[in-house]
Design a binder for this molecule. Structure first.
Ligand code: FAD
Length: 409
């Protein structure tokens, strides 16, 4: 079997893999990305957060993303039993980008991968990583090419950005269960036909189920008159509905009159899909000669659209560690990679838990919110979950607990 070599081998050309490839090319590294699918391919995770723009910019991909024609996004709107509230991310506590995009991921991921190629990374589509060995001096993988041939690649460093493929966690037995209950999502794209002026297309809209606080829907408008539509609930809830996934989604949408009304003229032209049990975690985010990026590490929950931002953040932190390691420094991957990454993930976790328990929902629908507190919350919803100057980041559990109690009173 033939053996190739690369400085950096990246498994997966999703957001984490492509941004890491761009950043490492900026360091002058020789980067090989192996991607199992042919792009463009469908993926879920369409609403970006403004914080993600910083990493797109850092990788040198800003012009590519801006010129791709995606839907502009400036905030998030929430609707619960006739009550509406929204956050404009330009009005937020933390400095930095206040706007971003809502993206069809097939196109977005392709734009990023092509941008990485233009920066000099080699991206091979339909090359699937089958096995990984990190016991030797250099990590080594075996790969199946589109022609069905297998070959080996040895790298000085291996980044697993395989997302839900979770290549290294599976092979190296790094999986550990998430402490979230098993939830699932059913989703599709529709031609929404929402009349102009009745729907803020510049925001994701999150609608909660009128009776079940833990069930929520997303509507993510795109720039072409279409919309991503999905519902998230515990598996047991979704299992009550029968028929095709489209019929199940339609039945659940009917239970939320405001959403049903918004989408009353929608054309359901795309079969719905489902995903269950996506929350995942690992025992360690790194090991000898490798690190896990994005969803190959931990995935929490979709409610605050944090997945792509976390994927980018992981790529940025790991690339900085690799730069130091290649310069001969000793890198403490736990201290310099895992800990800083987890700090922001843990902020999101506190907010996600509070969302499903209902406390965070009471906070955002409170009739007399403090403008300062809203700006701090707006910053977190915009993805600035690592900004320790924000008291709701620095001390998120306690601060949010106090606010929950005040808003429940
Ligand atoms: P991925 O995007 O999954 O990319 C991994 C790539 O690796 C894929 O292209 C795959 O083909 C490739 N791969 C896998 N196995 C192999 C292999 N063996 N060899 C080679 N290549 C391989 N996030 C948001 O930011 N906003 C949202 O609105 C949002 N909504 C979501 C809704 C739902 C229901 C769910 C489940 C998630 C949502 N997310 C959202 C999360 C988002 O989908 C992910 O966090 C994000 O895609 C992670 O990026 P990634 O690069 O880590 O992995």
């Amino acid at each position: 079997m033939k053996t190739e070599s690369a400085d950096i081998l990246i498994i997966g050309a999703g957001p984490a893999g492509s941004v890491a490839a761009g950043l490492l090319r900026k360091q002058g590294r020789d980067v090989l990305v192996l991607e199992r699918e042919q792009f463009p391919r469908f993926s879920i995770g369409e609403s970006l957060l403004p914080q993600s723009m910083e990493y797109i910019q850092e990788a040198g991909f800003l012009q590519d993303v801006v010129e791709a024609g995606f839907q502009y996004k400036n905030g998030a709107a929430f609707e619960r039993a006739g009550k509406y509230t929204d956050f404009d991310f330009r009005d937020k506590f933390s400095p930095g980008w206040g706007t971003t995009f809502q993206v069809q991921r097939g196109h977005f991921d392709h734009v990023l991968a092509q941008a990485a190629e233009r920066k000099g990374a080699t991206v091979r589509y339909r090359h699937e990583v089958l096995t990984v060995d990190v016991s030797g001096e250099k990590p080594e993988v075996t790969v199946r090419s589109p022609e069905g041939e297998t070959y080996r690649v040895q790298a000085r460093f291996l980044l697993d950005a395989s997302g839900f493929g979770r290549v290294l966690p599976r092979i190296l037995n790094l999986e550990t269960p998430s402490n979230f209950p098993v939830r699932g999502a059913i989703f599709t794209h529709v031609e929404d036909r929402v009349p102009l002026g009745t729907f803020d297309r510049n925001k994701i809209r999150v609608t909660t189920h009128p009776e079940h606080v833990h069930v929520w829907y997303w509507t993510i408008p795109f720039s072409n008159g279409r919309c991503s539509l999905g519902v998230v609930a515990k598996k047991e809830f979704l299992d009550q509905y029968t028929g095709t996934d489209t019929e199940r989604l339609q039945a659940i949408v009917k239970e939320a009159p405001s959403l049903q009304n918004l989408l009353k003229d929608a054309v359901w032209d795309t079969p719905a899909r489902k995903l269950t049990g996506y929350a995942a975690n690992v025992k360690s985010l790194w090991g000898p000669g490798f690190a896990l990026l994005g969803n190959a590490g931990e995935f929490l929950d979709p409610v605050f659209s944090s997945g792509v931002t976390i994927a980018f953040k992981s790529a940025s932190l790991a690339s900085a560690c690799i730069a130091r390691a290649f310069a001969g420094e000793t890198v403490d991957w736990e201290k310099d990679y895992a800990k800083p990454l987890k700090a922001g993930v843990d902020t999101f976790r506190t907010f996600v838990e509070s969302w499903y328990e209902g406390g965070f929902q009471n906070i955002i629908f409170h009739p007399n919110p403090s403008p300062d507190v809203r700006r701090m919350i707006s910053a977190i919803l915009a993805g600035y979950a690592w900004d320790k100057n924000n008291p709701y980041v620095a001390d998120s559990k306690r601060r949010l607990g106090v606010l929950e109690a005040l808003c429940a009173a």
